[in-house]
Design a protein around this ligand. Structure first.
Ligand code: MOS
Length: 694
């Protein structure tokens, strides 16, 4: 039993890794229930208006086409809480790409041909998809995503700025960004004696089940939703999406199992996106580099049917001590698809702007940017005044600087070159809140000495199965290989979604508690176990409280070295280094992957990713992976992730903070700051593509 001490924190391999690389792992569209057919959506071709007439006769004459669902014949749903799920319920077109029909056919090819043969006439209205700071439709919402107040103000930020010795006043722009998981959104649904059974690609099926039950007016125990394997989500699968509603509708209408895979080109319209954010940063500081005024004001867009406000000014409430501050969000409803969660919503764009502005301030002060950040460390959380449960940002900066050989950097911009390449390095801080949701779990001891842990967690590629087994083995005091986990099925004890970097802490808390109870039961038990084994369960409603007397966040520091080609304008990242303080790291192998994955996504945000709204057409111009460029292997250089051990008793029984999102936070700023160091030019709009840089 020597290895039981190391179950938690050990670099255990992913339990499903072999199944994934050998193709045995099945994803939502690959569950071939007997008689399964396919459906393909027809997307609205106007940005605002309504369907005037829809002619499905030609589509229905095609071989193998079974039916065409439209708003005229589709099953009537109960009103959803989420208006993006009210598909085929009326003739309204709230944005381009909205589903106006669904063609069901024996084969995928026939469904697709059928979709091309549906004739739709629209009544089009003038649309507006262009976000500006001065848009007359802008308003201050009640709250931003995450429940944060839209505005906060302390002291006299304007007066303190005006009288500051050193000032930065800069605008930054982050374009719309798209989640684009490798596995598109897909669901296979069938009805079995009034029961709805669905394989969905989702970050959490407990909510999908509840949503489908409500939409189709069923008791929840007549719905089962499974997400056994998920090929990424990055937030876009954090809520139920139209594909799963469409699949269930089509299955009800045809009586056949139906698979809907959203075509990649429809993902930007139907599964959320990171809304564009326009940032104004105004920093005032003393000659010595103490912030006296900090203002971060954000303008963003949302759709006409749903208010979603990217909380990009929230990090500025946490990061730095400033006696006078103002953070605010304004939002403009436009005829655009509904924005939603994308990895580190709020923090990713917000920290790009804040950490770029801090770099500008360091340059203006002629101060080292690492030292500037350290000089503005707050004693308590600036916004709430609560003590930090743990905050080791300074240690992350120092350790990163040491590993990156920062002390040998010549701070003067534009002084390093290699042939036509300019070389520069940059730094930025990272932060992500600790989020925890109540969950339930059971732990079961079998007579053969093995254990089964059940919790409706979802493994979206993170290694959740594996780390939950580690949590269980640790709590039970048994070797890891004796613990089996069952996750990814809404019939299991209900649990929160894989989102907000909260999964491991939330599910792990329930697993830890169930296993701790089972261990106590076993300690009391004498003789061999009954044939049926012994079970203990836990529900962390009440204990796993999102509220705390402490301000709880993970912190980190990112360092980047870039080259900028003076002939082509191409920026390439030579190296990226992240150092994190995220509580106890529960699996060194999968944690490293999470950090590096986040940093890679931050690299894409900095250099290649972004889409533009075509004002005339009213849609995203870059809708597929040929036009929306995510980093490929050749774009990703040496990426290193390190962490410093944190012993924080105010988190959860494992002592862990979330790690899924912090890697993307601050990476784009570190790269942008390195580009400034290389060139002496400050670019304030992402991505840093050659056309901008040259
Ligand atoms: Mo993540 S954007 O919180 O699923």
């Amino acid at each position: 039993m020597a290895d039981t001490d190391t179950a938690l924190g050990a670099p255990a391999e992913r339990r499903e890794g072999r199944d994934k690389v050998t193709g045995l792992a099945r994803y939502a569209a690959e569950h071939t229930v007997s008689g399964r057919v396919h459906a393909w959506p027809v997307a609205a071709a106007v940005a605002r208006g309504s369907v005037r007439a829809i002619d499905t006769s030609e589509a229905l004459r095609l071989p193998e086409v079974l039916t065409v669902l439209t708003h005229e014949n589709a099953p009537r749903l109960a009103d959803p809480d989420d208006p993006t799920l009210a598909v085929l319920q009326n003739s309204r077109v709230p944005h381009r790409g909205w589903p106006v029909a669904l063609v069901v056919a024996e084969t995928l090819e026939a469904a697709r041909s059928g979709a091309a043969a549906v004739r739709v006439e629209y009544t089009a209205q003038d649309h507006d998809v262009t976000l500006t700071e001065t848009h007359p439709g802008a308003y201050v919402p009640e709250e931003a995503n995450g429940g944060y107040p839209a505005q906060r103000e302390q002291g006299d930020p304007e007066g303190a700025f005006t009288s500051a010795a050193v000032r930065v006043d800069a605008d930054y722009r982050v374009p719309p960004l798209h989640n684009h998981p490798m596995e598109p959104h897909a669901a296979t649904a069938h009805w079995d004696n009034g029961r709805l059974v669905v394989h969905d690609s989702s970050q959490g099926t407990t909510v999908v089940r509840a949503t489908l039950a409500a939409l189709f007016r069923l008791p929840e125990d007549r719905v089962t939703v499974m997400s056994e394997h998920v090929g990424g989500g990055f937030g876009s699968k954090g809520t139920p999406r139209p594909h799963v509603v469409l699949a269930a509708m089509a299955a009800r209408q045809t009586g056949r199992p139906v698979t809907v895979v959203l075509p990649r080109r429809l993902l930007p319209a139907l599964v959320g996106h990171r809304a564009p954010t326009l940032h104004r940063l105004r920093l005032g500081a003393t000659e010595q580099g103490s912030l006296t005024s900090l203002r971060h004001e954000v303008t963003t867009h949302t759709s006409r049917i749903k208010e979603f406000v990217e909380q990009a000014a929230v990090p500025a409430r946490i990061m730095y001590a400033a006696p006078n501050s103002r953070t605010s969000h304004r939002v403009v409803p436009l005829d655009v698809p509904s924005p939603s969660w994308m990895r580190a919503p709020g923090e990713a764009p917000g920290m790009y702007a804040l950490e770029s502005a801090m770099d500008e301030l360091a340059v203006a002060l002629k101060m080292d940017p690492v030292e500037l950040r350290i000089a503005n460390e707050p004693d308590t959380e600036p916004d709430s005044g609560k003590p930090f449960s743990s905050r080791h940002l300074v240690e992350c900066l120092r350790e990163g600087a040491r590993r990156f050989d920062w002390s040998h950097r010549d701070p003067r911009p534009g002084t390093r070159s290699a042939g036509p390449l300019l070389v520069g390095s940059g730094v930025a801080a990272a932060m992500y809140p600790v989020l925890i949701q109540p969950s339930t779990a059971t732990a079961h001891a079998r007579p053969d000495g093995s254990f089964i842990v059940r919790v409706n967690a979802t493994d979206i590629g993170t290694g959740a199965r594996t780390v939950l087994a580690q949590v269980a083995a640790d709590a039970l005091g048994v070797p890891l290989e004796r613990v089996h986990t069952e996750i990814g099925n809404s019939d299991l004890p209900s649990a929160s979604l894989a989102g907000g970097s909260s999964g491991t802490a939330s599910w792990g808390w329930a697993v830890h508690e169930a296993c701790t109870r089972l261990r106590a039961v076993l300690a009391e038990h004498t003789g061999s176990l009954p044939e049926t084994g012994l079970t203990a369960s836990a529900d962390t409603e009440g204990s796993a409280d999102a509220d705390s007397d402490y301000s709880r966040h993970a912190f980190g520091a990112h360092f980047a070295e870039v080259t900028v080609d003076t002939v082509t304008g191409e920026v390439r990242v030579r190296s990226l280094l992240g150092v994190y303080a995220a509580g106890r790291i529960l699996n060194a192998r999968t944690a490293r992957s999470q950090f590096i994955g986040g940093m890679t996504m931050g690299l894409g945000m900095a250099l290649t990713e972004g889409s533009t709204m075509d004002a005339a057409f009213g849609d995203f111009t870059e809708a597929d992976l040929a036009a929306y460029h995510v980093p490929a292997h050749a774009d990703v250089p040496a990426v290193e992730a390190h962490w410093i051990d944190e012993d924080d008793p105010h988190l959860n029984p494992m002592g862990s903070k979330g790690i899924g999102e912090i890697g993307i936070v601050g990476t784009a700023a570190a790269i942008g700051n390195a580009v400034h160091h290389a060139t002496g030019v400050r670019y304030r709009e992402l991505p840093l593509t050659p056309d901008r840089v040259l």
